[in-house]
Ligand binder design. Sequence first.
Ligand code: ZN
Length: 436
Amino acid sequence: MILDDWINKKIFDNKKVKLTREDLDNYQLERLNYLIEYTKDNSPFYRRLYKDIDKLNSLDELTKLPITNKYDILECDKKMVCVSQSEISRIVSLKTSGTTGKCKTIYFTEEDQDLTIDFFGAGISLLAQKGDTMMILLPCERENGVGDLIRKGLHNIEVKPVPYGLLDTFERCANSIIENKVNSIVGMPVEILALGRYIKEKHLNIKLKSILLSADMVSREIVEEIKEAYDCEVFNHFGITEAGLGCAVECSYHTGMHIRENDILMEVVDPVTKEPLEDGKVGKVLLTTLTRAAMPLIRYETGDIGALVPGTCSCGSPLKRLDYIDYREANVFYLDDDSFINIKDLDGSLFKIKNLINCRIEIQDKSKLNIKLAVLDLNNDNKDYDLLISKAKELLLNIEAIKKAVDTNQLDIDIEVEYTDKWINYYMGKRKIIYD
Ligand SMILES: [Zn+2]
């Protein structure tokens, strides 16, 4: 697999005949021990955290290292940084969820960002190669922002980039695809699906070879809808800004996202006991950045709930695989003590409505689910308002938690339909359930 070759070249100087799990484990242990020493030498936060820790004898001893989370970043700020101010080339502020609106500040050196660019190039070569043209349907204007790093990664693999930015109008975007002979797109799942539904409805002459989903979590249902809209191969990707964006990407077997284990060590732990879980079991996803200089994160809680895929991928790679993320901890809404809803499941259900291009989901007064559906209507001939609402209700009631809450009169559903021939964006950034 391409990522194995990339790691073999990058880490082992092409000396391995075939990269094995043992090679990766030995390498990761060595990096971790270096990291403990490096962070203790350079960061007041880690010096205090690891005052009783020196060296790990095996990866099983990883649990000796305390788990860190977003509050550590919020409280420690620069105490986590391991390099001097002059070596920092990019600072990213991320607004945290919740009412405080505090920002997590993440620091990168130029080399840290080069690692991401390098991975983007390697990862994207799974789905686009020399001579292909990829549209970047993500913000591109800021230097070293996500779109810019992808553009640089594409340059490395001689794939022509078309830096577009976020979806603005269907017409302009589709024209750009045709004019630039784009045959691959990277972007956010719902934007890509909406554009695909427009292209299909308009019978435009656009044929892609591949799509890479990025910048937001996605459900299998949405991926199926995207495949159907474009009739092309769709690759899922996982990344978080704190870890320098790209973390894992699917190979052509589409059975989990292979982790860039030269840079990232991923674990899944029990949400309550924080004990490591075996592959296949769902829990908190933690990650350790093995090669970051400016601000290493060690056993950091990503806030995502998911699982590692058990067994070996059919591609034969020894690289571990992350399954689709189940949900994001910070954005679930509890309907009662033990049942909750999340945006991924709601989107997964509602986008089965074939001409849906977006939906806005809000919980009001803890008891009312307000849904706004943006439905593509290019010829202004909609006649199915009532039918659409009953279809949407039916799809929502397929979600067990919603059915239970509706049956016991704890939840009302209110659905509104907006017919449109234009892209309507209800969300800035990642999709979420909106509630007070
Ligand atoms: Zn594979």
